[in-house]
Design a protein around this ligand. Structure first.
Ligand SMILES: Nc1ncnc2c1ncn2[C@@H]1O[C@H](COP(=O)(O)OP(=O)(O)OP(=O)(O)O)[C@@H](O)[C@H]1O
Length: 300
């Protein structure tokens, strides 16, 4: 770290119900103590993460850009950098969200924000990590974790709109919040028609239920939907679960929660590749990195 380096922090102080704010305070106290210049750019509303990251990448190439927030804030910062004139700009990340699936997925072992800041400052070269890119019509967006249609996206929808989310997050029970809404979605989510194009092949599902394209194993704050996904192997994994009910679903869920053997279940279809196309035939909820994509007939 030379004296000329500056730190530009993108902070979502709402993330993790205050955890990001708390992490940022620890980091800035450390930077003050060590006489390192920094600026904190707080997001004021949804979408600010994109705008701030794009501006910083365009105007502060000599600085280190660090994101403090949850997966949604990191997603926005990545998309901001990708829109900028310098799409290869590295980002530092200090997790402060409620789910934090990305840091779980890349097996980030350091938890303390100050130790993470020290590690970022001492890195000579950035570490390269895969991200996914989803095209829908003429828009495209990058994702760090996963993109889902149907069941998991409905769970994200109900979790975000649940009155108990903030209470459970404040008790550090974000995963429980997701889990209780998951039980609600089991009652309401129907199967839907889905076409998948991959490796010059086509596959049709009459009744798809869970559809997740994932960069690493986790979604929903720690559920390993695909334990074999690897964010360093330059592939994306696709998991499709057919509509199942009652005990068949409970058995599959218990496999997912215990040993990951759900991937071998006859109701689960799974591939790992670089490109695929997904088209659903009735309006379904979508999610990208835990953020709602609203209901659409997606063609991704
Ligand atoms: N000042 C703000 N007021 C309200 N919402 C904001 C503000 N700044 C950012 N946001 C939005 O907060 C949402 C949640 O952010 P984020 O995903 O980082 O936190 P989280 O949901 O607690 O974490 P995780 O996704 O890891 O569970 C994002 O959609 C982001 O756009």
């Amino acid at each position: 770290m030379t004296k000329t380096d500056e730190i530009e922090i993108i902070l979502n102080y709402h993330a993790g119900n205050g955890q990001a704010k708390h992490a940022c305070k620890k980091v800035t106290d450390f930077l003050d103590k060590t006489n390192i210049d920094y600026t904190v750019h707080t997001t004021k509303k949804d979408g600010d993460g994109v705008r701030i990251a794009e501006t910083l990448a365009n105007e502060h190439q000599g600085s280190k850009i660090i994101v403090i927030g949850g997966d949604g804030t990191l997603n926005q910062a990545v998309n901001g950098v990708k829109k900028s004139n310098y799409p290869q700009t590295p980002l530092g990340y200090i997790p402060g969200g409620s789910g934090n699936d990305f840091c779980r997925g890349i097996k980030l072992s350091i938890k303390d924000p100050v130790r993470l800041m020290e590690a970022i400052l001492s890195m000579k070269e950035p570490r390269t990590i895969d991200i996914g890119k989803a095209n829908n019509g003429d828009t495209s967006r990058y994702f760090i974790n996963n993109i889902g249609i149907g069941f998991d996206a409905s769970t994200v929808y109900y979790t975000n709109h649940s009155e108990r989310k903030e209470l459970l997050n404040s008790l550090h029970l974000g995963t429980l919040s997701y889990f209780t809404n998951l039980l609600k979605v089991i009652k309401v989510q129907e199967g839907f028609g889905l076409d998948v194009d991959y490796l010059n092949q086509k596959k049709h599902f009459n009744s798809a239920y869970i559809v997740v394209a994932t960069n690493h194993p986790y979604f929903g704050g720690g559920f390993a939907i695909d334990p074999t996904a690897n964010p360093f192997n330059h592939n994306l994994n696709l998991v499709i679960v057919k509509k199942i009910t009652g005990m068949t679903f409970i058995k599959l869920l218990s496999k997912l929660l215990t040993n990951g053997s759900h991937l071998q279940d006859k109701n689960v279809w799974h591939i790992e590749t670089k490109h695929f196309r997904l088209k659903n035939h009735s309006k379904q909820h979508g999610q990208m990195d835990g953020e709602e994509l609203n209901q659409h007939e997606f063609d991704l």
